[in-house]
Design a protein around this ligand. Structure first.
Ligand SMILES: [Zn+2]
Length: 368
C-alpha cells in the first residue's frame, strides 16, 4: 500500500549580501525569542510551579515586539519566531513526558543558526523559492531534483560552523512499496572492513575517506599552532570546520547509497542490535565503523525498510555470531580478536566476519 511520508531535501544556496544580512538578523531574533521564552517558562516553573502554554508565550512575543527595547523583533518575518516558540513547546512536552532533558539556552557560538518558515512565509513558484521579507528567490544549488510536482510545506534555512548556507525543504511524497524479492542478507559491523554481508561481500570505507582524514589532521595541527584570539586562528578554525563538514556530507551520501541498495536488493535485512551494543563499552574492539555511523546506518535502514515494505530484524548482541559455525552449528569456546579466518571441526574454513554475517542472517530469519 502506498504511503504518504514527509521527506526533507537539503541543498546549499548562495545568498545575496542583502539576503545574508536578513537571515543573520532573523537567526539572532529566533535565538533571542527562544531564550527569552525559555527564561520566562523557567521562572514560572521554578517559582510558581506553573507550566506556560504556547499560546501564552505567543502573547508575550506580541508584547515584546511592542516594547521599546525589542521592537526590532517586528522587522523580521514573524513566522520563524513563532516556530521557535513551537520548538520550545515541543522541547517542554518532551521534558514533561520524561523523553528529554530540560531545554537549554541557544548560544551564539554553539547552537546551529537556523530559521523555519511555514507555508505562509515563503513563495514557491516554477521551482523558485522566495522567503518572506525578500525580493529575490534563493540561489539554490539543485544537487538533486525535488520530486515531480512536490509542494513544499516547510522550509528551514541554516548556516553551519563552516559558514555554508543550507535550505532544507520538507515535501509530502507518495512512496510505493517495492515488489517483494527472495533475497535476504545479514550485516556484520566488521573489524577490518566497514560492513560484511552474509553473501561474502565486504564493504570498505570509500576511497576518499582516508585522504579526508589526513586533511583533517593537518588542519587540526595547523589550528593548534595558531595564537589564541588571532585572526589566523579564526581562519584555521573555519578550515577545520569545513573539512569536518565535507567528511560528514560524503559519509552520509555514502550511507544513503548503501542503505538504498541493501533495501532494494533484500526482503529481510538482519543486523546486530545497536542499543545493546552501545551499552557495552568495549574499547578493545575497535570497529571499522564508528558508533555514530552505525547509528545513522541503522536509522536509514529502519525508515527505508518501512517505506519500501522490507523487514529489518535486529539480532540480540549476546548472540555468539562470531564463535558459531554457520555450517554445522558448533560453538567455539573463544574467538580472539586477531583471528581473521578459522577452520571448524566440521572442516569448513571461515572468514570471521562473513561467518558472523551468516549467523546474524540465520538468527534474524528465525526471529522474524
Ligand atoms: Zn562447523
Amino acid at each position: 500500500m502506498a504511503q504518504i511520508v514527509k521527506r526533507a531535501y537539503k541543498y546549499r544556496f548562495h545568498p545575496t549580501p542583502e539576503q545574508a544580512n536578513e537571515l543573520a538578523r532573523t537567526f539572532g531574533c529566533v535565538r533571542l525569542v527562544y531564550n527569552k521564552a525559555l527564561e520566562e517558562r523557567t521562572r514560572a516553573y521554578t517559582q510558581e510551579g506553573r507550566r506556560v502554554s504556547y499560546v501564552e508565550s505567543s502573547a508575550r512575543l506580541t508584547e515584546w515586539k511592542r516594547s521599546g527595547d525589542h521592537d526590532f523583533l517586528s522587522e523580521v518575518s514573524s513566522v520563524p519566531l513563532q516556530q521557535a516558540l513551537r520548538h520550545l513547546q515541543a522541547a517542554f512536552s518532551n521534558f514533561f513526558a520524561k523523553r528529554a532533558k530540560y531545554p537549554t539556552f541557544k548560544s551564539r557560538k554553539k547552537s546551529r543558526a537556523s530559521a523555519e518558515y511555514t507555508r505562509s512565509a515563503f513563495r514557491w513558484r516554477d521551482g523558485r523559492l522566495t522567503l518572506a521579507k525578500m525580493d529575490q528567490p534563493l540561489d539554490i544549488v539543485w544537487s538533486r531534483p525535488l520530486p515531480e510536482g512536490a509542494e513544499p510545506s516547510t522550509v528551514t534555512v541554516s548556516k553551519d560552523a563552516a559558514g555554508r548556507w543550507f535550505v532544507s525543504i520538507l515535501v509530502e511524497e507518495t512512496i510505493r512499496p517495492l515488489d517483494p524479492v527472495e533475497r535476504s542478507v545479514g550485516v556484520d559491523a566488521g573489524i577490518t572492513s566497514l560492513l560484511t554481508l552474509s553473501t561474502g561481500e565486504k564493504i570498505t570505507n570509500p576511497k576518499h575517506e582516508r585522504a579526508d582524514r589526513r586533511r583533517l589532521a593537518k588542519a587540526q595541527r595547523n589550528l593548534a599552532r595558531k595564537a589564541k584570539g588571532s585572526s589566523n586562528r579564526a581562519k584555521a578554525r573555519m578550515k577545520v570546520a569545513r573539512v569536518h563538514a565535507r567528511i560528514t556530507d560524503r559519509r552520509r551520501d555514502f550511507l544513503h547509497k548503501l542503505t538504498t541498495r541493501l533495501v532494494r536488493e533484500n526482503q529481510v535485512i538482519a543486523v546486530e542490535d545497536l542499543t545493546v551494543r552501545n551499552l557495552v563499552k568495549n574499547h578493545a574492539l575497535a570497529r571499522a565503523i564508528s558508533d555514530a555511523s552505525w547509528r545513522e546506518l541503522r536509522t536509514m535502514l529502519e525508515y527505508k525498510a518501512a517505506w519500501y515494505g522490507r523487514d529489518l530484524v535486529a539480532v540480540d548482541r549476546w548472540f555468539p555470531s562470531s564463535r558459531l559455525c554457520s555450517a554445522c552449528g558448533a560453538l567455539r569456546e573463544t574467538m580472539p580478536l586477531g583471528v581473521r579466518t578459522w577452520q571448524c571441526v566440521c572442516g569448513t574454513l571461515h572468514d570471521r566476519d562473513v561467518n558472523a554475517a551468516k549467523n546474524i542472517l540465520a538468527a534474524g530469519l528465525a526471529e522474524r
